[in-house]
Design a protein around this ligand. Sequence first.
Ligand code: PGA
Length: 250
Amino acid sequence: MRKMLVAANWKMHGSKAHIHEFVDGLRLAEDVDVVVFPPSVFVQELVQCAPAGLLSGIQDIGIQPQGAHTGEVAAEMVAEVGGTWSIVGHSERRIMQAETDDLVATKASAAFRGGLRPIVCVGETLSEREAGHELAVVERQLAAVLDRVDVNDLAEGAIGYEPVWAIGTGKTATPAQAQEMHAFIRAQIAAESPRAADAIRIVYGGSVKPDNAAELFSEADIDGGLVGGASLKADEFSAIVSAADAVGKG
Ligand code: PGA
C-alpha cells in the first residue's frame, strides 16, 4: 500500500523563530511522510533543526541547474542543503506567475534531475468546474507532465490535486468530488504504467483542516494532503498528520 504523505505549504509565511516554535510543537507519525515547505530562504534552517523523519523542500524551482537566471534557485542547490522535495505548478504560480503546463512539466523534470521529488500540482478553477471542464483541464495539465517525465520516475514524486476554488477559501471539495478526480488522475497514470499508478501518492489540497482531514483521507485514492493555512500552526498540522496516520494505508 501507499504510505500517506502530508505536506505543509507555508507560502510566503514564516521566520526562523516560527520554524523553531513549529518544530518544537510538531508531532510526527511513523507511517506518514511529513514534508514542510517553508519560503526557500528558510529551507536550510528547517533542515538543521528538523527531528528525524521530518522532510523539507522548496515551493518552486528554476529549470536550470545554474547560470544567469537572476532570482532562481536550482533543485541541485536545494538538495545540497538537505531539501528532498519541491512543489511545482502550484496554482498561485500558474496564475500569478503565468506558469504554463509546459513550464510546470519542465520544472517537474528539473526537480528529478536535481535530486528532488516533485509534488506536481494540478487543479481546475471555479469557472472551469462550472463549465464542466474540470476533468479535461486536469487531464491536459497531467498529460504535459507525462510527456516530459518518465512515468516510473514520476511515481517517486506525487501529484497534488488542488481545485483552485478550494484553496484558502474554506470551501473544501467534498470527499466524493476529490475521490472522483484522484481516481481519474490515477487512471491516466495507469494507462502508461499500472505499477506507477499503484505506487504514486496523489494528495489533496484546498482548505484541508483537522476537522475534514479524516474523511478526505479515508477515500481510496487520496493518499494525504497538501495543506496551506492549517499547516502554519504545529498543533493543527499535527492533528492532520494524525488523521492520516489513523487512516493507516501505509
Ligand atoms: P489552503 O492552501 O490549505 O490554505 O487552502 C492549500 C495550498 O494552496 O496548497
